[in-house]
Design a protein around this ligand. Structure first.
Ligand code: BG6
Length: 517
């Protein structure tokens, strides 16, 4: 494969489907191996809303190899017909409108009911897979996708190991990969323990730890923007940058996930994964190649530079909040404590704004403010680079106000834009300035070629780890966050310092003034 990521090549090919189905994707040189995808949690929400629609859409776009099988596994006893019916409904509700090739696609779907703690059932699964392999010539290639709640991951991994399913075939022909959803532990120790369990059966390069933010187009664009242009890198450092803010604001609440969210809170749900990845992509040094190992090495260096958080003096660096009742989009919504399944006295934070620093040459002294919250006024994920003010104003005698500094915004979602704010002369006879904005619209009216789950599945099929977490990075981030989580969870501080904000607002006022530039 050349320097160009194989995933990029493939994405490009997929948007321009060939008229006749051809081997791999469009017969373009990147030919995908045949495979069996085993989805644990096949009767759950993730499979219905994301995975099956993504798989069918890929199939429609000629993005699947000629030979593949999808085997749904779950605890619910179900016939193949019932499974097919459920998946058809799932794709009808959440997938592409074109169902004309559903019957062909569905011919590759199977179902296998099992209890996750039953080793014998995994041995039976192994025989079932061997049988499918032989009948459909899958060459022993398998992906196990764990679309299950976190507590079930260890037992499934143990039984995949115990039944020999985690092993790759001895003749080196078939590969076996494991796709794991977050959360990867709930602190440093549990993350390490989970990893120990996974490594009993799988090698690190067989494990794909998923973070769907990495597969977002505009997140992938960060590296292209930074390193395919010569003009940004020379000023991308402490000499020219005053501060960086990274925001992932959501209007939705916790939906029906009280059980998970009460245990997680915003720091585990959004900071330990998505926001840390955005931070790394913004701050990393140029990787030598656009390849998984090189990019991950540079990210790891960023995480290794995280300055230990001042836990004893956290009000200066962290504001935590929880949403109360309010109005969003004209609709009255519950406060967090009134959500079904939530403790009415819960202290779980649904908002956090955190200022952190990187202890390295490039970023010394530059504050990075990371903010995320549920039930905020608008859905917006963006990275804003606040440049330093001009060192001296030659206009000081004609223009009294201070001249605003330049600002570069990488809009991740829903607005996929890059904007640069700068100053220009106001048209007219007087010497006045105005702030103006240059806007690049990422899509330019075109729809998304592939969604995040489709890209993640393709990357895993190719064995490309670019869109996934590596364990060393994960542990460095947990090492940074765990003392903060411990402080939150073991002292009475939170009871006094959890700021409540009305749903539909920008979050606690304390975060606005204190942490934002
Ligand atoms: C998930 C979190 O990982 O990301 C959710 O568990 C959150 O709580 C979601 O809503 C946000 O993803 P996106 O793509 O909508 O920004």
């Amino acid at each position: 494969m050349t320097e160009e990521s194989s995933l990029r090549k493939m994405a490009a090919q997929v948007v321009a489907p060939t008229t006749a189905p051809s081997p791999g994707i469009g017969g373009s040189g990147v030919v995908l191996d045949p495979f069996i995808l085993v989805i644990f949690g096949a009767s759950g929400d993730l499979t219905a809303k994301k995975l099956m629609p993504a798989l069918y859409h890929l199939y429609l776009q000629e993005g699947m190899p000629k030979d593949f099988i999808i085997l749904g596994c779950a605890r619910t006893p179900m016939s193949r017909e019932s499974f097919l019916f459920q998946m058809h409904e799932a794709v009808r509700n959440h997938g592409p409108a074109d169902l004309s090739r559903w019957t062909d696609f569905a011919a590759r779907l199977y179902y296998f009911g099992l209890h996750y703690d039953d080793l014998q059932a995994f041995q039976d699964l192994s025989s079932f897979l061997q049988d499918l392999d032989q009948r459909h010539r899958m060459q022993g290639n398998r992906i196990f996708y764990l679309a299950v709640p976190a507590p079930l991951v260890p037992v499934i991994a143990e039984n995949l190991n115990g039944s020999g399913l985690s092993q790759e075939s001895e003749d080196g022909k078939g590969w076996t990969r494991l796709l794991v959803e977050k959360p990867f532990g709930r602190d440093l120790e549990t993350a390490r323990e989970l990893n120990r369990i996974l490594l009993r059966g799988f090698r690190e390069n067989q494990i794909f730890r998923l973070d769907h933010y990495l597969a977002k187009e505009t997140v992938q664009n960060i590296l292209m923007f930074r390193f395919a242009n010569a003009i940004f890198e020379p000023i991308w450092n402490r000499q020219y940058i005053e501060a960086i803010t990274i925001t992932a604001a959501e209007t939705i609440g916790i939906e029906k996930r009280a059980g998970y969210y009460e245990q997680a809170g915003i720091l585990r749900d959004m900071f330990q994964n998505h926001l840390m990845q955005l931070l790394a992509l913004t701050a990393l040094d140029p990787p030598a190649l656009f390849k998984d190992t090189q990019v991950q090495d540079e990210k790891t260096k960023v995480f290794r530079s995280l300055k230990p958080f001042p836990v004893d003096d956290w009000p200066e660096s962290l504001v935590l909040g929880q949403y109360g009742p309010g109005t969003i989009g004209g609709q009255t919504v519950n406060g967090y404590r009134d959500e079904p399944g939530v403790d009415p006295h819960s202290l779980t934070p649904t908002f956090a704004a955190m200022r952190l620093f990187l202890d390295n040459w490039r970023w010394q002294g530059v504050p990075f403010t990371l903010t995320s919250g549920k039930r905020l006024a608008e859905k917006k994920t963006e990275i804003v680079v606040h440049f330093k003010s001009i060192p001296h104003s030659m206009f000081r005698e004609v223009i009294r106000e201070t001249i605003p500094a330049n600002r570069l915004t990488l809009g991740i979602q829903p607005e996929e834009i890059v904007t640069l704010e700068f100053q220009a002369k106001k048209p007219g006879p007087t010497a006045d300035l105005q702030s103006v904005t240059m806007v690049f619209d990422y899509r330019q009216g075109k729809g998304a070629p592939l969604d995040a789950y489709e890209k993640v599945l393709l990357a895993c099929l190719q064995g490309d780890h670019l869109l996934f977490w590596r364990q060393d990075s994960l542990e460095l981030c947990w090492a940074f966050l765990t003392p903060i989580l411990n402080a939150c969870e073991t002292c009475t501080f939170l009871a006094e310092k959890l700021y409540f904000y009305p749903a539909g607002s920008p979050g606690p006022a304390e975060a606005q003034g204190r942490l934002h530039p």
